[in-house]
Unconditional design. Sequence first.
Length: 239
Amino acid sequence: MTAHQRVVRVRRNYNKWVANQTLEDYALRFTAKSARKWSSLRVANTAIGAISFLALEAIGGAITVNYGVANAVSAILVVGGLIFLTGLPIAYYAATYGVDIDLLTRGAGFGYIGSTVTSLIYASFTFLFFAIEAAIMSLALELWFGLPLFAGYVVSSVVVIPLVTHGITFISRLQLWTQPIWIILHVLPFAAIAIFDASSFEGWTHYGGRAGEDGLSPNLVLFGAASTVVFSLIAQIGE
């Protein structure tokens, strides 16, 4: 005689989640060939999300204010090129063989423990950026809508939860919808400056920042200091 099986609500919900294919993005294991169906355009659209966080503007502004435009721009160009060259083989082999950063570190000789530590370091790095993003968004909500800062922290932290629980497929779809708005808002300030105060562009190119006279032209010490800040972004290769 077959025993009667009672499926509780928690288990029923879990079974629904398992059956939902959008939750399976092969984040930490080999990507099956049947799952590699995304076009290059969709992959690029998703990748743009990794470079669209507001902290980039804050970092660029900080090194410009501290070390001057000449050193900030040169540091960004040089370090950006090095990060690109470092990430190129990683991205190539990850795309070719369908593996992620966790499996790449394990295959590179770090072993299981080493890959776990690598993932932990990257996760910690990501948490820091999430905190910075939430702080920036909370301040924007306070300035624009008058929302108290503590409430802004809660909203900025909680609103992302229903998005990430549906995997990279849903996030990519969301970015596809919002990408035009992001591009317009990104270009709009520069267009406004060009229309209403075009002379400020020339003033910006001759801005030495807190470094004063030393920041007006390339300076090896200031360049090295600015490069150190930009090099912290190399961990974004993990994305």
